[in-house]
Write a protein that binds this ligand. Structure first.
Ligand SMILES: NC(=O)c1ccc[n+]([C@@H]2O[C@H](COP(=O)([O-])OP(=O)(O)OC[C@H]3O[C@@H](n4cnc5c(N)ncnc54)[C@H](O)[C@@H]3O)[C@@H](O)[C@H]2O)c1
Length: 305
C-alpha cells in the first residue's frame, strides 16, 4: 500500500517514519526545499529510535519518495495531511488532492477543526476521515479517529485497520471541535499556566509535581478510573468549593452530580463511571500492583529531578 503525506514538518516527517518502519511505500509532498532535506534526517533519526541499524535505516528509506508536486499523490491509497493548522489551507489542499486522486482515503491530522469544516470542498467525502495523532507520532500509540458527517463505514474500517497495522491504538470519537484529548489537554495546560501566573508555584516545580502525581497515575489509569478510586462524592465537594472560590470554570459536571445522586460513588460503592464486580480487596490489590510498577520505574530511572 502506498501512503501519501502532505507536509513533512514536525508531524508529517514522523508519519513517514511510522509507515516506512512497517514496510509501506511513502510519497511525501513538501513545498519547502529546506524542510524536504530536514525531513529525511528526521525520518532517519526516528527509524534509529525505533531500533534500526544504519543499514536497516538505509534499506527502509528506499521506500521513501519526496517531491514538491502534489500530483505525485495520484498513486497513493491513503493520504494524510499534516499542513499547518489553517482552515482555509487545509480545505484547499483537500479539494486539490481529492480531484487528483478520487480513489484514495483522505485523512486530516487537524488538532481541533471539525471534519465538517475541513472537508467542505473535497470531492468523494465518503472517503474522508480525521486521524489525530500525537507528537511524536512514531512513539505515541494512541490516535483519535473522527468520522465526519459523510464518512463511510468502509473508510472508517479501513482507516482503523491501517492504524492497527502500524501498531497504533485507534479510538473513535465524535466530530466536535478539539475532539477529546485536546479539550482535556488545553484545560490542564490552561490551569497549569494560571498556577504559575498567580505565583503559586514556579514552572519547573509545577512540571515535576504534575508528572509525579497526575502523570504517575495516568500511565496506568484514565481520569475517570482515577475519579472512581477517589470517590465521586469527594470530587463533587471539591468542584463545589473551587466554584465558590475560583469561579464557574470549576462547576461540577451534570453527569457527576447524577452519579452521586444515585449513590454511585465509584469503587467504594461498587459502581461509578465503571462497574466493579470484584470485591474491594482484590480491586485494591490489582490497583496497587499496577501503580507499584510505576513506582519502580520512578525509583529506578531517577525520574524525580
Ligand atoms: N506539532 C504537534 O504537536 C501536532 C500534534 C498533533 C496534530 N498536529 C497538527 O498537525 C498539522 C501539522 O502540524 P506540524 O506541527 O507538523 O506543522 P509544521 O509547521 O511543523 O509542518 C507543516 C509542514 O507543511 C508544509 N506545507 C505548507 N503548506 C503546504 C502545502 N500546501 N502542501 C504540502 N505541505 C505544505 C510546511 O512547509 C511544513 O513543512 C497541524 O494541523 C497541527 O495542528 C500537530
Amino acid at each position: 500500500m502506498r501512503i501519501g503525506l502532505l507536509g513533512l514538518g514536525t508531524m508529517g516527517s514522523q508519519f513517514a517514519t511510522v509507515f516506512l518502519e512497517h514496510g509501506y511505500y511513502v510519497i511525501g509532498v513538501e513545498p519547502d526545499e529546506n524542510q524536504r532535506q530536514r525531513a529525511e534526517a528526521q525520518i532517519r533519526q526516528g527509524l534509529r529510535t525505533l531500533g534500526n541499524s544504519d543499514n536497516e535505516c538505509t534499506e527502509k528509506m528506499k521506500g521513501f519518495f519526496v517531491t514538491r508536486k502534489i500530483q505525485a499523490l495520484a498513486e497513493a491509497e491513503f493520504i494524510l495531511e499534516a499542513v499547518p493548522e489553517d482552515l482555509s489551507l487545509k480545505r484547499e489542499v483537500m479539494r486539490t488532492v481529492s480531484h487528483i486522486n478520487p480513489n484514495a482515503i483522505l485523512s486530516s491530522n487537524t488538532s481541533a477543526f471539525s471534519m465538517k469544516e475541513v472537508f467542505t470542498l473535497a470531492h468523494n467525502r465518503e472517503r474522508t476521515i480525521g486521524t489525530h495523532w500525537f507528537n511524536p507520532p512514531h512513539l505515541v500509540p494512541g490516535v483519535e479517529v473522527i468520522a465526519g458527517p459523510d464518512t463511510s463505514e468502509e473508510t472508517l474500517c479501513r482507516t482503523c485497520q491501517l492504524l492497527k497495522e502500524v501498531s497504533k491504538i485507534p479510538v473513535q470519537v465524535a466530530d466536535y471541535p478539539g475532539f477529546v484529548v485536546n479539550r482535556i489537554q488545553m484545560a490542564m495546560v490552561q490551569e497549569a499556566i494560571r498556577c504559575v501566573e498567580e505565583g503559586i508555584v514556579p514552572a519547573e516545580q509545577l512540571d515535576l509535581l504534575v508528572r509525579a502525581t497526575l502523570g504517575f497515575r495516568l500511565v496506568e489509569f484514565g481520569p475517570l478510573t482515577v475519579a472512581d478510586w477517589a470517590g465521586l462524592d469527594v470530587y463533587e465537594n471539591i468542584f463545589n468549593y473551587l466554584t465558590e472560590k475560583l469561579g464557574k470554570r470549576f462547576e461540577c459536571p451534570r453527569l457527576l452530580k447524577e452519579e452521586v445522586d444515585q449513590g454511585r460513588f465509584g469503587v467504594k460503592s461498587g459502581a461509578g463511571f465503571f462497574q466493579y464486580a470484584e470485591d474491594f480487596a482484590s480491586l485494591l490489590a490489582t490497583r496497587d500492583q499496577a501503580l507499584n510498577k510505576q513506582r519502580q520505574v520512578w525509583e529506578g530511572d531517577g525520574c524525580r529531578s
